[in-house]
Design a binder for this molecule. Structure first.
Ligand SMILES: [Zn+2]
Length: 246
């Protein structure tokens, strides 16, 4: 049996590739227009963005589970390819379960397909079958958040970097799980970094506004001070005025 490597399949979800030409970023990272204030000028990250991070973290947790690894090592009598194959089957089941926990609507864009590295090539798992695909092609042809495609390719490119089919076939469970953990970490880190960029873009205007307000306040304060001291001086000089007449 040929063991599949790489990112695993939320198999309960179907994916159809449609004729699609406009890559769509799901986070609006453009700063607020002048005169507008966050958070109202910034679209919040869609539910789907948070969900994608949650799912990827859950997948990483499955690979990180030491008890599960120990169980399969025991069953396979060692840290060997059979143990790794057992983990792969287990992960597939877990991924199906995760597919049932999806809460967002996924109506403005589609759930991204799974990708994997087969014979050192990145392959998209589409409903119409597996298809070798460059990142550029995926960005242009798959109707999902561009951030998800970029993140998925960070994961798969990591597998591709050290790709050696012969070595892969001999890979034990520990190495297999650790490679996946690293792949998912790259993917999650990318998604979180994008969310951070959104936050920065969204709050930059707010920071400027606060700075401006502080400056304005300081100006008013010093103007008031100046006025006060002027008044004081005026009072003083009045009181010092020689009293004429009387
Ligand atoms: Zn992977």
């Amino acid at each position: 049996m040929k063991r599949l490597f790489a990112s695993v399949l939320l198999a309960s979800l179907c994916f159809v590739m449609t004729a699609y030409s406009e890559p769509l970023a799901c986070l609006d990272k453009s700063p607020c227009p002048p005169g507008t204030k966050p958070p109202f000028c910034c679209d919040k990250p869609p539910c789907e963005f948070r969900e994608q991070i949650r799912l990827k973290q859950a997948m990483r947790n499955v690979f990180s589970n030491k008890k599960v690894r120990a169980k399969f090592k025991k069953q396979a009598k060692g840290d060997n390819p059979m143990a790794a194959a057992k983990l792969f089957e287990y992960v597939k089941q877990q991924a199906k379960g995760l597919g049932n926990t999806i809460k967002c609507k996924w109506d403005f864009n589609k759930f991204p397909p799974s990708f994997e590295v087969v014979d050192c090539h990145i392959v998209a798992k589409l409903e119409t079958g597996d298809r070798e695909m460059t990142k550029e092609e995926a960005l242009n042809k798959i109707e999902t958040c561009t951030e998800f495609i970029e993140a998925a390719y960070k994961h798969e490119e990591f597998h591709k970097e050290g790709c050696d089919p012969e070595k892969k076939a001999k890979q034990g469970i520990e190495e297999y799980a650790n490679e996946e953990i690293e792949g998912y970490t790259k993917e999650i880190d990318y998604l979180k970094a994008q969310r951070q960029l959104w936050w920065q873009a969204c709050s930059v205007d707010q920071r400027n506004r606060q700075k401006k307000e502080k400056k304005e306040q300081a100006k008013q304060n010093s103007a008031k001070k100046g006025l006060d001291s002027l008044k004081k001086n005026a009072k003083k000089s009045n009181s010092q005025k020689p009293k004429i007449g009387k």
